[in-house]
Design a protein. Structure first.
Length: 288
């Protein structure tokens, strides 16, 4: 029962983040809503970015596993800086979306977001403030992800799923790293009870929200441009099914799971099934 409640609450919060990101991304759309914003092109740049991303992730995991005794304060400082920058970015996007003018209100909004979320986590560290900070970072990233190309994101999906599978089932390093990041806004934890001191029931890494969310952001963009809400709904439904599958297998095996291998295919399957019903798969792959 507690797993069902935890799953429902987690899913509701993540879907709310996805929808909020889609709402904020409308600031990037043209006034007539008939054309998507220009998107960068080039497979060579994509391969380089994916390679650098995976290298950075590998280095971070290695540092967390082998140097945890030397630099917990450094990790906290790094995550604090990243979260603060994301908070400033989110404040700016909120100002753009709601048409807030004037230098003082915009600066105040850009400062208020990191002050509330990052400051709350630093001053009152618990699972609630940490989760709120992590979800704020997710929202800041995803609100600007609609400019990505579909083929880019699918290539990232393939690379990250392989990486996660190797790091969890092959080396076990991901479990060690996750354990050392549980106090940082790099995870979204679900408690066993509605108490700030309750033990953790299960958790998702920040990447389990942001990476599948890249495709959801594209789905929202295409749904807006093509006036087909089913594309966004399909991606959200696919993510929900992927999350349910990941937690079900976690319960059955009692072994940590690389959630991306369920969440990414789920979101992609929902999106492409919705597109297939309209005969848009080729067009989306070519143009998206």
């Amino acid at each position: 029962m507690e797993y069902a409640l935890g799953f429902s609450a987690l899913l509701a919060v993540i879907l709310a983040v996805f929808m909020a990101a889609g709402f904020l991304a409308e600031a990037d759309a043209p006034a007539d809503g008939l054309e998507a914003p220009d998107r960068p092109k080039g497979w060579g740049l994509l391969v380089l970015r994916v390679f650098l991303l995976l290298c950075a992730a590998l280095v971070l995991v290695w540092l967390l596993v082998t140097r945890a005794d030397r630099g917990p304060a450094v990790y906290q400082a790094v995550f604090t800086a990243i979260a603060a920058l994301c908070g400033i970015r989110l404040g700016i996007r909120v100002g753009d979306r709601f048409g807030i003018g004037g230098a003082v209100p915009r600066i105040a909004l850009a400062a208020a977001v990191p002050a509330i979320f990052v400051g709350g986590w630093l001053l009152w560290p618990n699972w609630l403030t940490r989760d709120a900070c992590a979800l704020m970072v997710s929202l800041a990233v995803l609100s600007g992800a609609g400019i990505l190309r579909l083929r880019w994101v699918m290539a990232v999906f393939a690379a990250v799923m392989l990486y996660d599978a190797v790091m969890v089932f092959g080396t076990g390093m991901m479990q060690e790293a996750a354990g050392k990041m549980r106090d940082l806004p790099a995870v979204v934890a679900v408690p066993a009870a509605a108490s700030l001191s309750a033990p953790q029931l299960f958790m998702l890494g920040l990447g389990d929200v942001v990476l599948p969310g890249l495709l959801v952001a594209i789905a929202f963009r295409e749904a807006r441009v093509r006036r087909l809400p089913s594309l966004a709904i399909g991606s959200l439904a696919g993510y929900a099914l992927g999350l349910a599958a990941a937690l079900a297998i976690l319960r059955l095996t009692r072994h940590p799971q690389p959630a991306t291998i369920y969440l990414m295919p789920g979101a992609a399957a929902g999106f492409f099934l919705a597109a297939a019903r309209r005969g848009l798969v080729r067009a989306l792959w070519r143009e998206g």
